[in-house]
Design a protein around this ligand. Structure first.
Ligand SMILES: *Cc1c(COP(=O)(O)O)cnc(C)c1O
Length: 392
């Protein structure tokens, strides 16, 4: 059976051109970048080339980029690193209720260590409440960490406004841009971003490699101790092949950004409008304007997301209910709860995230499958019987 992959917010298939670029560094180019002989020095150079590529995309300097093992490490490093290094100035951190666990769990850990954290609410569309953000600022606030785009409902936050607020109050601003990089043009200077996380596997690059941008002058403690790699901020022999792959992937993502986004957005809108037309009792979650091009999140009432996912899987369709991390558990997604969905509606939600390799035929197959599966699951639900009764 063909696999129809519609879970591009969880991870993406590597671009063949990225794979090709990486292969030499998985075999003959094995030198340690810290060694002084040529095969080491050459690998040092390719890392610096990748760093330049990332810096060019984000409009920062190459020595403001640190390579990490991915989005989670970048978030942990930025938040803990800035918190520890600026403890003397204050112990208050502001974040939102809809962050990725890499941010939320880090903040919870810091609370146990004596930091104070404010979790800002969002409106029913998933956009942060800027008034609440401003009002929560205190003399002791050292860091604001708000995600660029949400991984479950795709909403894009007013990053420029948040950057201004942070700058006006002399507070550092970190953003988890793991879902945004590769989809949105980002200029860290213009947006007043002090720190930003990205991860290669979310934009057709390899897993287990990411980057952290930290503006020069922003003090942060290192997270992994050991050797002097990454200008003494992140120890460990570099993931040369991964870093080369990340560099290639980010370059490719921005080469064809407009063209891909247009196609992806059209497929997403086609899917959503067909679901609206053909399946009753649904709710579209998130904001339709400020939204990632490939993301859709729809709640189907009177059914369980898990049942939906299992049935889609039987048809070869890969999708998600809530975030990739929560879809394995039965707790409703914290993001859907934060936008005000009751538990029973949050449970019946389906995230479809479309990527550059998807086709219209695949979306048509998805729509037909959904109409059939949702109808069948509802017929098995006692709640549905009541709905039908009441309609009569
Ligand atoms: C995927 C994701 C992460 C984690 O990135 P990894 O590279 O998988 O560690 C963090 N934040 C967001 C918003 C994500 O989507």
């Amino acid at each position: 059976m063909n696999i129809i992959y519609l879970d591009n917010s969880a991870t993406t298939k590597m671009d063949e051109r990225v794979v090709e670029e990486m292969i030499p560094y998985l075999s003959e180019n094995y030198g340690n970048p810290s060694s002084i002989y040529s095969i080491g020095r050459e690998n040092k150079k390719v890392i610096e080339d990748a760093r330049e590529k990332v810096a060019k995309i984000l409009n920062c300097k190459a020595d403001e980029i640190y390579f990490t093992s991915g989005g989670s490490e970048s978030d942990n490093t930025a938040i803990r690193g800035i918190a520890y290094a600026n403890k003397k100035k204050g112990n208050h951190i502001i974040t939102s209720k809809i962050e990725h666990p890499a941010v939320l769990e880090t903040c919870k850990q810091l609370e146990k260590e004596g930091f104070e954290v404010s979790y800002i609410s969002i409106d029913e569309k998933g956009i942060i409440n800027l008034e609440e953000l401003k009002q929560s600022i205190k003399d002791t606030t050292i860091l604001i960490s708000i995600m660029f785009a949400n991984n479950e409902i795709g909403t894009i936050q007013p990053i420029e406004e948040i950057g201004k607020i942070a700058k006006n109050h002399n507070i550092y601003f970190h953003t988890d841009a793991v879902q945004a990089v590769g989809n949105i043009l980002i200029d860290v200077d213009k947006l007043n971003i002090d720190s930003l996380s990205l991860s290669a596997h979310k934009f057709y690059g390899p897993k287990g490699v990411g980057a952290l941008y930290v503006r020069k002058g922003v003090n942060f403690n290192k997270f992994i101790n050991g050797g002097h790699q990454e200008r003494n901020k992140r120890a460990g022999t570099e993931n040369v092949a991964g870093i080369v792959g990340l560099g290639k992937a980010i370059e490719l993502a921005y080469e064809d950004l407009e063209e891909h986004n247009k196609k992806i957005r059209e497929l997403r809108d086609y899917y959503v409008s067909n679901v609206v037309k053909r399946i009753p009792y649904i709710k579209i979650n998130g904001d339709m304007e400020n939204r990632l091009p490939g993301n859709s999140n729809i709640s189907f009432r009177y059914i369980e997301g898990e049942g939906l996912l299992l049935n889609l899987d039987l048809k070869g369709i890969c999708a998600s209910s809530g975030s990739a991390c929560t879809s394995g558990s039965l707790d409703p997604s914290h993001v859907l709860i934060a936008i005000g969905l009751p538990h029973e509606i949050a449970h019946g939600s389906l995230r479809i995230s479309i990527g550059k390799y998807n086709t219209k035929e695949e979306i048509d197959y998805l729509i037909e499958s959904l109409v059939e599966i949702v109808g069948r699951l509802r017929e098995m639900s006692p709640l549905w019987e009541k709905v039908i009764e009441e309609e009569k």
